[in-house]
Design a protein around this ligand. Structure first.
Ligand code: 2PG
Ligand code: MG
Length: 423
């Protein structure tokens, strides 16, 4: 049994300078640990509620003092001195305490900070690395290192909407280690920075996740520039390095149309546009190709693209077991983008993971556009044998905290990197 001695939280800042929650957890026996939670910009409407103060005088209303107060008072009061058999029991106690479907009473940011701080303290108490603790929570052995999907170019909400689609990511497909993936990505990022200077007169203008954000005039230009960068770096597009796209189309869907590159496309035309991109560019994964509630057309998207690329749901699924069940039933996609803070506890995230895997889907584990220097996501993707890891670019310390932790894990344990394509 694990007994909580002390629980507290405080407000810290994320990589965008916005407040977020850090929780401290002390267990009887001496283990102490802390954890901080990330925050998204392009959020799905079905995400669990991230509690903000809404006080316009502090951080434009984005303060997290209410969520922090919930940890320091109600959650601490309910959990301190109590013993829990495991993570599931702890998370269940918080779900019952909150009592809402979307954690809107206590805040998903408050609950998740405690959920992860508890996992980390438990790992310490047991004397095991955090990735092992995560594997034990999931109930499966360590298996593989993830294939990286690394942000090269950004648009959409992460870069002031200079181009509608959000992320063009590089997948170092022929790399066999994390180290080799990062070496390849360094070359491609530098080549892209040179191209940005030559074509747009600027070298580094980066977005929330460290991706380059030149003023492309169309999504197609963004994609073809990624291919140029791969070639310029001396790699073969599609063989050495592929492209993953986060279309994040909910954010340019309005009045039933997809507003992209000066056109207003209906769902069928949007699917055709995505199919064109897939045949023209070495794309291996398409995330949120359609609007999060375009349930009528997601199955057609999957039919059009499955087998050629991963049809990945992010805002569409929101790591929410109910939405995942509906998408499996409807054959609407074949991969889950798993973000723990979309749902708010490790236990529910594990449930989402198992559902996706049982349906034969792949799982990409993703961080958020607002991150801290906390690196637990790296342990999570190894512990849960995520097929891919989406962690932004190779610049900015909040991203490097995770990549460097992956390098450290790779140094400690010899696990094979997941094969690509992993179909
Ligand atoms: C996404 C994520 C990460 P955000 O849409 O996949 O890139 O963005 O954290 O802003 O939701
Ligand atoms: Mg996304």
């Amino acid at each position: 049994m694990l007994t909580i001695d002390k629980l507290s939280a405080m407000e810290i800042l994320d990589s965008r300078g916005r407040p977020t929650v850090l929780a401290h957890c002390a267990l009887r026996g001496g283990a102490t640990a802390s954890a901080s939670v990330p925050s998204g910009a392009s959020t799905g409407t079905a995400e669990a509620l991230e509690m903000r103060d809404r006080d316009p005088k502090r951080y434009h209303g984005l303060g997290c003092r209410k969520a922090v107060g919930h940890v320091n008072r109600e959650i601490a009061h309910a959990l301190c001195g109590k013993s829990f058999a495991d993570q599931k029991a702890l998370d269940q106690a918080m779900l019952e305490l909150d009592g809402t479907a979307n954690k809107s009473r206590l805040g998903a940011n408050a609950i998740l900070a405690v959920s992860i701080a508890f996992a980390r303290a438990t790992a310490q108490q047991r004397g095991v690395p955090l990735y092992q603790q995560f594997a034990d929570i999931l109930g499966q052995p360590l298996r593989t290192m993830p294939r990286l999907t690394i942000n090269l170019f950004s648009g959409g909400k992460h870069a002031g909407k200079q181009v509608p689609i959000q992320d063009v990511l590089i997948v170092p497909a022929s790399a066999t280690t994390i180290d080799g993936s990062l070496v390849m990505m360094y070359d491609i990022y530098q080549a892209a920075a040179e191209l940005t200077l030559e074509r747009h007169g600027m070298r580094l203008l980066t977005a929330d996740e460290g991706g380059l954000a030149p003023p492309f005039t169309s999504a197609a230009e963004m994609l073809s520039c990624a291919v140029d960068a791969i070639e310029r770096a001396g790699y073969k597009p599609g063989t050495d390095a592929g492209i993953a796209v986060d279309v994040a189309s909910s954010h340019f869907h309005q009045d039933g149309k997809y507003h992209i590159d000066g056109q207003a496309l209906d769902s069928v035309a949007m699917i055709s546009r995505l199919s064109e991109w897939v045949s023209k560019y070495p794309i291996i994964s398409v995330e949120d190709g359609l609007f999060e509630d375009d349930w009528d057309h997601w199955p057609a998207l999957r039919t059009a693209l499955a087998g050629k690329v991963l049809v990945l749901g992010d805002d569409f699924l929101c790591t929410n077991p109910l939405r995942i069940a509906r998408a499996i039933e409807a054959k609407a996609c074949d991969a889950l983008l798993l973000k723990v803070n979309q749902i708010g506890t490790l236990t529910e995230s594990a449930q989402a993971y198992h559902m996706a895997k049982q349906a034969g889907w792949q799982v990409t584990i993703s961080v958020r556009s607002g991150e801290t220097e906390d690196n637990w996501a790296a342990d999570l993707v190894v512990g849960w044998a995520g097929d891919q890891f989406k962690n932004g670019s190779i610049t900015q310390s909040e991203r490097l905290a995770k990549y460097n932790r992956l390098l450290d894990i790779e140094h400690q344990v010899k696990l094979p990197m997941i094969a690509w394509p992993n179909k």
